[in-house]
Structure formats: C-alpha cells, structure tokens
Design a protein around this ligand. Structure first.
Ligand SMILES: CC(C)(COP(=O)(O)OP(=O)(O)OC[C@H]1O[C@@H](n2cnc3c(N)ncnc32)[C@H](O)[C@@H]1OP(=O)(O)O)[C@@H](O)C(=O)NCCC(=O)NCCS
Length: 192
C-alpha cells in the first residue's frame, strides 16, 4: 500500500468531512455544506492523501489539505470565509489526517506535494498565487515551519479559546523581497 495524492472529488467530500469531524472539536469543525462549497469553488486547492495501489481504483481517503483564495495579504475572518476567484493568497482552512495514520509523515508529505503543485501551477502561468497563508496554534508551529512556512505573528482572528498564529509560505520571490523590506523597516522604526 502506498500514499497517493489526488484532488478530492465531489464524491469524496463526505469522506473528507468525516476526517474533519474526527480531527477537530465540534465548535471548530467546518460543516459538510462548507466542505461541499469549498470543493465546488476551488477543487484544485483541495488535495487528498489516499491509501491504496496506484493501479487499482480502490483508494481510501486518509487526509486532506483544503484552501480558498483571497486578495488579502493577511488572514482575516473575511479572507477565511469568502473565496475570491483569481486572487493571490491561498488561505489554508485545514490540514487533517485520520487518527490511525498520524505521526507517519503523511501530513508533511501532503503539504510538500501541495506546495509543489501550487508552485508548478504558478510556473506554468495558469495562476498567479503569491503566498500560502494559514493559522496555527502554538503546538503546530514547528510542524508548519518544517514544511516551509515562516512565522508572521499573532493573528487577530479569534476562533475557539486558544490564540492563533499566522504563518506564510511565499510563492512569489518578488513578494518575498517586498515583505522583507517592509519587515526590516518596521523593525528599524520600532528600534529593534
Ligand atoms: C496536525 C496533523 C495534520 C499532523 O499530521 P501527521 O501526519 O501526524 O504529521 P507528520 O507525521 O507529518 O508530523 C511531522 C512532525 O510534525 C510534528 N507534529 C505532528 N503532529 C503534531 C502534533 N499534534 N503536535 C505537535 N507536533 C506535531 C512532529 O514534529 C512530527 O514529527 P515526529 O512524528 O517525528 O515527532 C494531524 O495530527 C491532525 O490531523 N491533527 C488534527 C487536525 C489539526 O489539528 N490540524 C492542524 C490545524 S489545521
């Protein structure tokens, strides 16, 4: 058996939602309706990790990463809830792996595959994504760092009791230079 990465089809959204329900507290889990709308609006941003043999058609979904697009350069409630087609920020809603398959590097490999597909789509010119944004709790910051995300800072978004931290993976090198310049200016103004 191997892990295969495929975009999650409309037929597999229910399975993805079952993983969501087994991965997040009830008040944090997104509804099935939300899942259906994300898959319908941005199917190329909903990537699944499937268990099975590539030659057979029987694949079992064991994890996913799912995003929508926003023109916002930072994550806000609005950028997390409204998909704006042809925008430059890929806003990750969730990464989840079925509990029995965790701590086997499946999420790490899924995230690397996801970023590689986003970079390829940019290189082909079919999209113009500039960055991937996500919110993380403290305990998963090192996980996201290990797959290429940089720490931005504490987020204003409130959802549940624990604080959220914004993290970013830059896809457009020009944006990277711009961000660094802004950060350096901010730091020098604040005397750090
Ligand atoms: C977070 C999650 C996606 C990680 O999936 P995974 O396949 O187990 O992750 P990996 O095996 O690729 O982990 C790689 C490394 O990241 C870190 N890591 C993974 N899960 C972690 C956790 N729950 N807490 C702290 N560090 C973690 C570890 O350093 C791990 O390496 P190790 O196993 O050698 O210690 C999975 O635990 C999950 O679905 N959790 C519930 C949903 C969730 O919280 N999603 C993230 C917010 S959207």
């Amino acid at each position: 058996m191997s892990v295969i990465y495929n975009y999650v089809s409309a037929d597999d959204v229910l399975d993805a939602h079952m993983i969501e329900m087994s991965s997040f507290p009830f008040d944090e889990a997104a509804s099935l309706e939300k899942f259906r709308s994300r898959q319908a609006q941005a199917p190329d941003l909903f990537l699944g990790a499937y268990l099975g043999e590539p030659a057979t058609s029987s694949l079992t979904l064991i994890g996913y990463v799912c995003s929508t697009l926003s023109p916002s350069l930072t994550l806000t409630h609005s950028s997390m809830f409204t998909h704006v087609p042809n925008s430059s920020s890929v806003c990750v809603h969730a990464v989840a792996i079925l509990p029995p398959y965790r701590r086997k590097c499946i999420a790490s490999n899924l995230m690397r595959e996801y970023i590689s597909r986003l970079e390829s789509a940019c290189a082909e010119g079919s999209v113009s994504y500039k960055q991937v944004l996500l919110l993380s709790h403290e305990d998963l910051r090192s996980f996201y760092k290990s797959v290429g995300f940089e720490f931005i800072g504490k987020s204003d978004v409130q959802h549940g009791l624990l604080p959220w931290y914004e993290m970013c993976k830059v896809l457009d090198p020009e944006l990277d230079v711009m961000n660094r310049t802004v950060n350096e200016k901010t730091l020098s103004l604040s005397g750090k």
